[in-house]
Structure formats: structure tokens, C-alpha cells
Design a binder for this molecule. Sequence first.
Ligand code: C5P
Length: 415
Amino acid sequence: MSAGALETRSVLLVIAGGIAAYKSLELIRRLKDRGARVRCVLTRAGAEFVTPLSVAALSGEKVHQELLSLTDESEMGHIRLARDCDLVVVAPATADLLARMAQGRADDLATAVLLATDKPILLAPAMNAQMWSHPATQRNVQTVTGDGAHLVGPAAGDLACGEVGVGRMAEPDEILARIETMLARPARLLEGKMALVTSGPTREAIDPVRYLGNFSSGKQGHAIAAALAERGARVVLVTGPTAEPDPAGVTVQRIETGQQMLDACRAALPVDIAVFAAAVADWRPVAPAAAKLKKDGQPSAIALAVTENPDILATLARPGTTRPQLVVGFAAETEADPARLIERARAKRASKNCDWVVANDVSPGTGVLGGRRNTVHVVTAGGAESWPTLDKNDVAARLADRIAAALQADGRAIA
Ligand code: C5P
């Protein structure tokens, strides 16, 4: 998006008490540069880090600090403040504010506004790494995201407390990108198009209580299904077991095994667009046991006979009448070197006959599997594009925009 892209949009920015609050001043400036109206709520602790005067000067608006201020309540009550915007952004979102939000507290202006708003909420957490990874904070994050709040960051790196770890507030650029995505009204360029998306892991039974599976969360696939639907496509999402909610406006088929995923995908054909983001188990046990396998009497190591699962992407991308016009595969590799990752994606693109391959490094240290962010390289016939690290929703939005552009540019040849 460019200057003026947020013209007529209004953001309510809640600044809580963390050292990262100084970055929120930069965020205000960038939002204003893009034409947004920015109203700010400064918590008592926030005002220890940035002054009301700086916030007022940069936003060009009165700063709201007190829940029960006679002038504020007569001019603009907290309910109106909470609703008279397009998006509420909390940056920095401290551990304390997340905890109070999770409890539904309303004992200061920030929490009252967060409880009263009917608008989307974007949280940019910032805290010490230990505080972030503490089970209590993680529980609170689960609660508030389960309640519908969106997260941007936190990132890994040097923290103000001198430690290193996950807890740095996302940079203003990344927060801005997320705000733009959340506020953008994508053109319905995929109106009339049918799309199929696979997502999540599969489970292949070993016996009635055990299975072969993987750590895929389904976040990326679900986000892609949502992004395609937002652009007007009619989307069927075939998903393995995940904790992700069904995306709005998408037909969701829940399956367990790779074979069931293939059958559900076949049933969804014909489609114009197919995106295979699922982590399908490559193998399944040859003969799942009918009863629970017992340790008793078994040697300490046992062999599990497995057979290859059908490759859904390769099967449906074969030339033929039902081949979707645009087939996008994923290449999740434990490969940190981008050049080698892209090389493998190129090989996969050729061997599976897909049009594009989205390659990403899923090594444990990246936090991609199950995490909220992804760093991808998009390999097409025309070459490879490396995208910055983005929230999975933003990766999905970009991919959906690129799909729409490709289908518009040339209905037949996909580059
Ligand atoms: O071969 P690999 O598993 O790395 O290929 C990844 C791509 O192939 C992904 O798009 C994945 O969804 C798809 N795939 C599939 N069926 C399989 C294995 C992978 O559709 N059995």
C-alpha cells in the first residue's frame, strides 16, 4: 500500500507501559503519513515511557488517559471511543494488559475500551522472553486470540532488559503492514472462481489409540482459504485435525487420513485454483492393528511396516481435464540456506507438475510449524521471489493477491 492508502480509516492505538512504547510514536507517524486518523489511549504505565504531549503532537488529537474523566465522558464516552474507529491496536501489549484483557477487566480506560469495542483488535506483545513464554502469559494469549484478537509478533532478538529471546515488539513497519492488511478491503477479483485448499496434518492410525502425524497447525492453509474467500472465490477447505476455527464463508471438509483428504479433494473438483498447504503424512501403517498394541511380550524395539500415502498434489496436478488452472504446492524443508531451499522447490515444482511452489524453512528454531509467522520464497516459471517474514495472514493475503493477478493477467498461461 502507498501513501494515502489508509485515507478515511481510523485507528485507536492503546499504548501500554513497556519500553517498546517509543516505537509506537513512530507507528503513529507512519499511520498519519498514510492518511489514517489515529486516536490514542495511554495507560498510566504507558505515560511513564512516552509523554502525553509527544503522543498528542504526533497524532494531532487529544490523548485519552482516564476512564472516569468528566470532560472526556461528556465529550466522548469510552464506549464511543471504542467504537468510533475501524481497528483497535495495542502496542506495546504488555503481559499485564494481556492478563487483564483475558480476564475481561474494565478497571482502566484501556481495558474498558478493549472490552467495549466491536472492532477488530490487533495486539503487538512486548515483554521479557521469560514473561512471554510463561504458561500464564501463553494461556492469556490463547484466551484473547480465542476471543478474536489478532497478534503481530513478538519477534526474537535483543530485549531491552539485556536478555535475548522472543519478546521484542514487532517493528513499526511490520505492525503497519498488518494494519494495512486488516483494514484493506481486497477487491473481489476472484468472483466466480472455485478454489480448493488443503490444510493441517493428517493422522494415520497405528492402532485404535495411536497414529502417525506431524506438528502442522493448519494456520497457513486456513489463512489462505480465508484470503481467497475474501477475494470472492468459492472455497472448499479440506483439513486434517486442527484447532483452527473454520474460516468465514468457506466450505470446510474435515478428514483424518491422507486417503480421505485425496477423496475429499477429488469430490471438490473441478476448481480453478488449488493450493496444497497440508502436511500430508508421507507414509501410513500397512495394517493398523484392530486392538491396542501392548508392550507385554514385545521386544524393546519393534518395526512398524509403512506404505507410501498417495501424493494428493502430484495426483491432482497431472495433466487432464480436471487439472486446476493454477496449482500451488508447498515445500516445507528443514533447510536454512535460501538458495538450496529454492533449488529444492524448483525440483518439486517440476516433479509434481505444479505451477507455483511456496517454499519455507520449517526447522525447529524457526518457529514456523505451529507459529504465527512464516518466511517464504515463491517459485514460479518466471523465477523465485523471497518475501519478508510476515504473519501467516499476511502471507495468505499476498498469495491470494498474486493468484488473482495471475488469473487476471492471463487465463491460460500462469507465470
Ligand atoms: O513432497 P513434499 O511432502 O515435500 O511436498 C509438499 C507438497 O506436496 C505440499 O504442497 C503438500 O501439501 C503436498 N503433498 C500432498 N500429498 C502428499 C504429500 C505432499 O498433497 N502425500
